[in-house]
Design a protein around this ligand. Structure first.
Ligand code: TEU
Ligand code: CA
Length: 561
């Protein structure tokens, strides 16, 4: 069996503070708002909170552009508010994992202000400056948020690299003083008693010296920085993470998860290796990339179930015994999974959750996923707030690469703002999120889709998530759920996602991933024996050679003899 660890037995709840709960009526979520909802989070049964960035920021990218790592964003409150939140979380047995964004800072960070001041500035090499070529940027890389990844700086007449917005200049991790400053800051937060870090695009921190052009696919204006040979999984990334582990992480009892854009199985075995010399686990993005086109994510393509199942199975078996998986379908960058891979219904939300949570790895619940919150009908581009979507719409339509209406349809399906609409607490105005004007529109389905209504409904998505999480965290089957292995059943079946969790007490998981009733004949791999139904979102099902599954019905059995 895998070596035990508390972070393997955890379930993490991701909070996007800007959209979680507003305590002072300015329409923006804040730390006191989170504090007021800690009992709700605890009652979900999770034991870890991942906080998206709360540090001082001009909010060009909603806090992923940090101007002071040791101060709290003005809109979110004060450091005293943070200390109160951390203490209150710990009182409830909740650990807090911070979002560490150190591939880049804000261009308003003092480090960058000093670096850009002069070519001979002491901090010049803290960022990535290059001469242009014939009056053009050093290569064809594009920012993830449109435009070139190189910004011309008139003061010193050089370009600086920004893989994201031009207000997010990339730090130069080859500079030892950068590593010293980052590790000092991390230690400062660990000394405050936080319980870990989610590390933003940590696979991008080591850049190749040569920075070659990236391939241009049809429909692209720039090469992708994240393409192989770009900035992901660079030459020193594992060296720098081992140094971070030696100098900081190994000194505390932390959950560390790398957001490793572009990670492969081979690389993940190194980032999340079982001997703990780097990180506890990583987020991989292959499954949420299956519906992208070669050019970009702006597609309404549906993912064929066999492709999704095989990819999830690849990571389950590919890391087994060597590294630890994280399990997610939702986060603040992804559209709502119940709309993306389901039909938006509560039953689909429960079915998708069962398919995800019964695999091996640490599950992540994104705020609102436990309610079955859906994508939001934003309508015109003016209702969006995320620079990724707004810039893409402008760039791709102005270049004549996409038709506005067709592109807007794809943006409606895939935009990150779908995950960033205010948490739906109850049916009062603005879903109880704010007494003011919310910074982004509230999903109009909040009067019926909200936490208060689901607290009162034993068959709600919320109550189902509580049972699902209890099964992993508290039940007599918890070791089987966490530590059993994984075997995919019927990989080619286009409707049913079924898998075994072989171990001392094998588990069987069967999910009808369609809105139609279906019969499923159990394959021979399923061990014979008495089976105990542990959980289902539909009518009780006894395990027989053929199962009659209702639409979106999922079920979990333990094969006890
Ligand atoms: O995301 C990195 C990243 O790869 C995503 O931007 C992803 O490419 C895109 O969102 C998919 O549509 C991290 C943070 O999670 C994201 O919110 C930040 O915008 C980004 O880094 C820059 O910090
Ligand atoms: Ca507020």
């Amino acid at each position: 069996m895998e070596k035990r660890a508390w972070w393997k037995e955890s379930v993490v709840y991701q909070i996007y503070p800007r959209s979680f709960c507003d305590s002072n009526g300015d329409g923006i979520g804040d730390l006191p708002g989170i504090l007021s909802k800690l009992d709700y989070v605890r009652d979900l049964g999770v034991n870890v909170i991942w906080l998206s960035p709360v540090y001082r920021s001009p909010n060009d990218d909603n806090g992923y552009d940090i101007s002071d790592y040791r101060a709290i964003m003005d809109e979110f409150g004060t450091m005293e508010d943070f200390d109160a939140l951390l203490a209150a979380a710990h009182e409830r047995g909740l650990r807090i994992v911070m979002d560490l964004v150190v591939n880049h800072t804000s261009d308003e960070h003092p480090w960058f202000i000093e670096s850009r001041a002069s070519r001979s500035s002491e901090k010049r090499d803290w960022y990535i400056w290059r001469e242009g070529k014939d009056g053009r940027p050093p290569n064809n890389w594009g920012s993830a948020f449109s435009g070139s990844a190189w910004e011309w700086d008139e003061t010193t007449r050089m370009y600086y690299l920004h893989c994201f917005s031009k207000k997010q200049p990339d730090l130069n991790w080859d500079e030892p003083a950068v590593r010293d400053a980052v590790f000092d800051m991390m230690t400062w937060w660990c000394e405050k008693g936080i319980d870990g870090f989610r590390m933003d695009v940590i696979s991008m921190i080591s850049k190749r010296a040569d920075m070659p052009d990236a391939p241009l696919e049809p429909g692209m204006l720039y090469g992708s920085v994240m393409a192989p040979g770009g900035v992901c999984n660079g030459p020193h990334v594992h060296e720098y993470l081992r140094e971070m582990n030696r100098r900081v992480l190994s000194r505390y009892d932390l959950l560390t998860v790398g957001e490793t854009a572009g990670v492969t199985l081979e690389e993940a075995r190194r980032y999340a290796n079982a001997d703990g010399t780097e990180l506890s686990m990583v987020f991989q993005f292959e499954h949420v990339g299956l519906d992208a086109s070669p050019a970009d994510k702006w597609s309404t393509a549906r993912v064929p179930l066999p492709a999704l199942k095989k990819n999830l199975a690849k990571w389950q078996t590919g890391l087994e015994g060597q590294a630890w998986n994280s399990l997610f379908f939702c986060n603040h960058d992804q559209p709502r999974v119940v709309s993306r891979w389901g039909d938006g219904s509560p039953q689909a939300a429960k079915c998708l959750a069962t398919a995800l949570h019964m695999m091996q790895g640490t599950p992540y619940v994104y705020q609102g996923e436990e309610l079955g919150m859906t994508n939001c009908p934003f309508g015109p581009i003016g209702n969006y707030r995320d620079l990724e979507a707004i810039n893409a719409y402008r760039e791709l339509t102005e270049a004549g690469l996409r038709e506005p209406e067709e592109l807007l349809e794809a943006i409606a399906f895939k935009a990150r703002d779908n995950a960033r609409t205010p948490m739906q607490w109850d049916d009062s105005p603005n879903a109880g999120f704010t007494s003011g004007t919310p910074w982004i529109m509230v999903n109009p389905n909040y009067p019926t889709l909200n936490a208060a209504a689901q607290e009162a409904d034993p068959d709600s998505v919320l109550q189902y998530f509580r049972r699902l999480i209890r099964l992993r965290r508290e039940s007599r089957w918890k070791d089987a759920v966490v530590y059993n292995r994984f075997t995919l059943l019927d990989p080619e079946d286009e409707h049913i996602f079924a898998y075994l969790r072989p171990g001392e007490t094998p588990l069987l998981v069967v999910c009808n991933m369609t809105p139609e009733a279906r019969l499923y004949r159990l394959p021979p791999e399923v061990p014979a024996g008495r089976a105990e139904l542990l959980l289902s979102n539909g009518a009780p099902l006894s395990l027989g050679p053929e199962l009659a599954l209702a639409p979106w019905q999922a079920a979990v059995w333990a094969v006890v003899s």
